[in-house]
Ligand binder design. Structure first.
Ligand SMILES: CN(C(=O)[C@H](Cc1cnc[nH]1)NC(=O)OCc1ccccc1)[C@@H](Cc1ccccc1)C(=O)N[C@@H](Cc1ccc(O)cc1)C(=O)NO
Ligand SMILES: [Zn+2]
Length: 340
């Protein structure tokens, strides 16, 4: 494969190499852009933005580029009385921001702060309060999960729950077998999975369902050859991957598709070198950051998923990423043990 194995040399144009320093500076600059309208328009994603930025820095080998104390203070400031976390201080709790909070605290090795300083109900604060908030969102009949008390159900939320609960070592608070049955009920004839039974296959939902099955120890339920074929067909001529047939390539699908292929042992069914080159072409090597497609505006979401994708593809010098948790492998080994 001609891709990342080739020694990066100065003779090559910039975008063929990963511009590490500019990406670090771009991520560090994000929280200081309070004068920009976009900063406030993305407040509903602030906690997830911290997860994307911090994880990208850890994969770049720069875990100290953001202040650990400020990170912990911000996370805890987003916790609600019900134990769940909102996207920003004062926002209602939601499963996705609760997942981001748990992922960030695990990454900076501060999950115990939940017990020392976290909120929660009388009988059990700390980690248990977060676990109970999540467990209360499971639909006891179908096994799937809602994203918050308004009740919208989706396999994304089922994955978010199993991810967060497993990091808190509290999976026993929910009915994992029923969650597995629900994921199986979402399987399509093409081997993929959708948002609910009968919904069309979508790379993001496939990632969520495969990762949930993996955490439940039931990856054996996947039709590997059919799904591997559908996922490998996401690679388009430009080398990038799309989310569904006929859609445009997009850097974040590098993650959703490549991590799914990794989980079923078929990553070699796509051309890793061409995908690597596509991701590197989406960088802004001057200002830093990675966009969804070459020439588009960069954002922290695509910067994170582009770097995570490069890590899966073995780009030299990056920390290894865990395909199931989208977090540094070293963090997952510390929290769950080497043989997780
Ligand atoms: C809410 N969301 C998305 O819907 C992105 C939008 C997008 C980016 N590039 C193309 N579309 N899509 C996305 O994350 O799809 C992947 C996915 C879909 C379904 C299930 C799981 C993953 C992004 C944020 C975003 C919005 C708009 C532009 C860039 C980023 C997002 O927060 N994604 C979440 C997962 C997610 C996905 C869809 C949702 O409705 C909510 C959450 C995530 O990756 N958390 O770490
Ligand atoms: Zn995208």
């Amino acid at each position: 494969v001609s891709g990342p194995g080739r020694a990066a040399s100065s003779a090559l144009p910039d975008e063929i190499q990963l511009a590490i320093e500019p990406h670090v500076k771009y991520i560090q600059s994000l929280d200081s852009r309070r004068n920009e309208l976009e900063y406030w328009l993305t407040e509903h994603l602030r906690l997830s933005g911290l997860y994307w930025g911090l994880t990208a820095l850890h994969l770049l080998g720069r875990p100290d580029a953001l202040s650990r104390d400020e990170t912990i203070e911000f996370i805890l400031s987003c916790q609600n009385e019900n134990g769940g976390f909102g996207a920003a201080p004062g926002h209602d709790a939601h499963l996705l921001s609760t997942l981001s909070a748990v992922q960030v605290l695990a990454t900076v090795d501060a999950l115990d702060e939940l017990d020392e300083r976290g909120k929660g109900d009388k009988e059990g604060g700390g980690k248990l309060a977060v676990g109970k908030y999540i467990a209360n969102l499971q639909n006891r009949e179908t096994g799937t999960f809602a994203g918050d008390e308004w009740g919208e159900e989706d396999t994304r939320f089922l994955y978010a729950s199993l991810n967060a609960l497993s990091l808190l070592l509290l999976l026993h608070l929910v009915n994992v077998n029923k969650a597995v049955d629900y994921v199986v009920s979402c399987a399509n004839f093409d081997g993929g999975y959708g948002v609910s039974p009968g919904a069309e296959s979508h790379s993001g939902q496939i990632f969520a369902c495969l990762a949930a099955l993996n955490i439940a120890g039931r990856i054996d339920l996947v039709n590997v050859d059919k799904l591997g074929r559908w996922l490998s067909e996401r690679q388009v001529d430009g080398g990038g991957l799309n989310g569904r047939p006929e859609k445009l390539e997009d850097v974040c699908y590098s993650w959703w598709v490549a991590s799914s292929l990794t989980m079923i042992g078929k990553l070699h069914w796509i051309d890793g070198g061409k995908l690597t080159e596509f991701i590197l072409k989406c960088q802004d090597t001057k200002q830093g950051g990675i966009a969804d497609r070459p020439g588009d505006m960069v954002d922290v979401f695509h910067t994170h998923f582009g770097i995570a994708g490069l890590s899966l593809l073995g780009y030299p010098g990056l920390e290894e990423v865990d395909a199931v948790y989208c977090m540094p492998k070293k963090v997952i080994e510390r929290v769950l043990g080497p043989n997780k």
